[in-house]
Ligand binder design. Structure first.
Ligand code: CU
Ligand code: ZN
Length: 175
């Protein structure tokens, strides 16, 4: 008797799933980046970007950081070849906006705020960002992610005065 009941429940869930609305275009698209230390640095990390209905879900883990805050941005060129990371260019800014905090009304698309490293040099991020995109002309795929030496002050133009680049990685589309 129990087994029959379970079977009915599973069938019920299956038909509910079929009748659910299709996700918005681009939802489910995914990209990843592995950040490696620049010359003489120890910062590193991994970030996954997943397109959702409210924007792009950003989940990342980082290590090898100095205790405190570190500017965290998407930069305009997917090129980490320079030992100091400067080959990645400036902040990704397809909208021609001023540099600002992640929650500002107008900001560079690449302005993702600060990482907050704990005393062990570890940091995590987990947020949904409505400005980032994984498709179309403003896609961050193929761009770089940079971790900086210092905190982003969200005010100084166009960099946030976050200092040297301590880690760099190129965002790649995930299968
Ligand atoms: Cu930066
Ligand atoms: Zn910026």
């Amino acid at each position: 008797m129990k087994q029959v009941l379970v079977g009915v429940l599973v069938l019920g869930a299956g038909s509910l799933g079929l009748s659910a609305q299709a996700p918005p275009a681009g939802a489910g698209a995914k990209a990843t980046v592995k950040l490696a230390p620049t010359a003489n640095q120890t910062a590193r990390g991994e970030v996954t970007f997943t397109a959702e209905s409210g924007g792009v879900h950003v989940v990342g883990t980082f290590s090898g950081l100095v205790y405190g805050e570190h500017g965290f941005h998407v930069h305009e060129k997917g090129d980490c070849s320079a030992p100091d990371g400067t080959s990645a260019g400036g902040h990704f800014n397809p909208g021609g906006k001023p540099h600002a905090a992640r929650d500002a009304a107008a900001r560079h698309a690449g302005d993702l705020g600060n990482l907050k490293a704990d005393p062990y040099g570890l940091a995590r991020v987990d947020f949904v960002d409505s400005t980032l995109s994984l498709s179309g002309a403003d896609s961050i795929v193929g761009k770089a992610v940079i971790i900086h030496e210092k905190a982003d002050d969200f005010t100084t133009q166009p960099t946030g005065n976050a200092g040297a680049r301590q880690a760099c990685g190129v965002i790649e589309a995930a299968k």
